[in-house]
Design a protein around this ligand. Structure first.
Ligand SMILES: C[S@@+](CC[C@H](N)C(=O)[O-])C[C@H]1O[C@@H](n2cnc3c(N)ncnc32)[C@H](O)[C@@H]1O
Ligand code: SF4
Ligand code: SF4
Length: 362
């Protein structure tokens, strides 16, 4: 039985004792500081995924890289509040930042208890970059590689831009075989994808499972209404309002110039909660804009909010297959010929439900 409570409440001074008690038993209080922080250390991505607002919004958005002093200020404050997870990327490709590894080392030093989680499209994860990543030791807790599907055609149709399926697979092969040779457990590698009609996500998960690699597919979102045609490639063709979303209650999303946006869908900065260059994270998190937004969301007036009011998610189940990143697979699968092993795969069977503990992170 899953006892995890995933609903939030804001304390209301006018509540009776009984109301307060009921809320505390059935909901989580909105924390006074975010549990998770995502930081856009620099702008730019080398892909243009069909389901991502990046391509359509990039030209109109400010561009640059985060100053080291601002990055350190954010991490230092997060350490004082015991933030559990820090992800040094937001609406960009993390490995495009030449200073990514120094930044991760800084997080590890300043806040050793925080897990560093990186999500990347994997195209820039060439062998020298893999070596730098692995040189961090346990510095990155989990690495998610967004690989949409397991055949060249649907992958390239989905990720577009300059994305080359064979190159990405070679990068992953190098990472996997190097980690197995060296018996490394960190970062825990996940292959992740967004379930759309363009790819065969079940087949892809079956493929990664056969190689002993964790993988998952998550539900398609229309990103606060920023992907107008998402319904057309969703499974349901009728996505539902994302009223179960918890992002705004526990995560903070900081752009390269210090702007804090509502969430990871806000590519056009429709709802800026504040800026952490001149304010503390605590002040912005507990500021008027953030609190009013949460209050409106919780009082079932989501339709009044500029992003949440348009935000939809597909209703398909999400599937994850977690595996121990086990050295024994190295014996069987040191450097598999990718296309040959994909061709041998049976088509995946029916969709079995499973929970996705991370679906709200990205
Ligand atoms: C915004 S990307 C940033 C990191 C990197 N560029 C990447 O793609 O992994 C973070 C994650 O969001 C996912 N994502 C992007 N658009 C999405 C959508 N419309 N619905 C669900 N997930 C989405 C991506 O697949 C990726 O795993
Ligand atoms: S999902 Fe990631 S890889 Fe794809 S366009 Fe968006 S930021 Fe780039
Ligand atoms: S726009 Fe609102 S509902 Fe959609 S992901 Fe962001 S916080 Fe959640």
């Amino acid at each position: 039985m899953n006892l995890k409570i995933n609903k939030y409440y804001l304390p209301d001074p006018s509540d009776t004792l009984a109301q307060r008690l009921r809320k505390r038993l059935t909901r989580r209080a909105v924390p006074s500081f975010p549990r998770t922080i995502q930081i856009q250390t620099g702008t730019g991505c080398n892909a243009d995924c069909i389901f991502c607002p990046y391509g359509a919004t990039y030209d109109a958005q400010p561009k640059g890289r985060m100053e080291d002093s601002l990055f350190k200020k954010i991490i230092d404050e997060s350490a004082r509040y015991n933030v559990r997870r820090i992800s040094p990327y937001l609406m960009n490709e993390p490995f495009a930042d030449k200073h990514l590894f120094e930044r991760i080392s800084y997080i590890n030093k300043a806040n050793p208890r925080a897990k560093v989680i990186v999500t990347s499209n994997g195209a820039l994860l060439v062998p020298p970059v893999v070596e730098r990543l692995l040189a961090l030791g346990d510095g990155v807790h989990e690495l998610y590689l967004s690989v949409q599907g397991i055949d060249k055609d649907s992958y390239e149709k989905t990720m577009r831009g300059n994305m080359d399926f064979d190159r990405t697979m070679r990068n992953i092969d190098y990472l996997v075989s190097t980690m197995r040779k060296r018996r490394l457990k960190r970062p825990h590698l996940w292959i992740t994808m967004v379930d759309t009609e363009v790819i065969d996500a079940q087949r892809a998960v079956a493929y990664w499972k056969s190689r002993g690699i964790s993988s998952k597919y998550t539900r398609l979102e229309n990103r606060g209404g920023n992907i107008a045609d998402a319904d057309s490639f969703s499974h349901s063709h009728q996505m539902q309002y994302f009223s179960t979303c918890t992002r705004l209650f526990k995560q903070m999303y900081i752009m390269f110039n210090g702007d804090v946006v509502l969430c990871c869908t806000d590519y056009s900065r429709e709802q800026i909660l504040g800026n952490v260059r001149d304010k503390s994270l605590y002040e912005v998190w507990n500021g008027e804009v953030a609190m009013n937004t949460r209050r409106t969301f919780l009082s079932d007036k989501i339709g009044e909010l500029p992003l949440c009011g348009k935000c939809k998610i597909d209703e398909e189940v999400e599937v994850e297959h977690r595996t121990q990143f086990d050295a024994r697979y190295y014996r069987d699968d040191p450097h598999p010929p990718v296309s040959a092993s994909i061709d041998r795969l049976p088509m995946a069977s029916s969709r079995s439900a499973s929970t996705d503990s991370r679906s709200s992170l990205n």
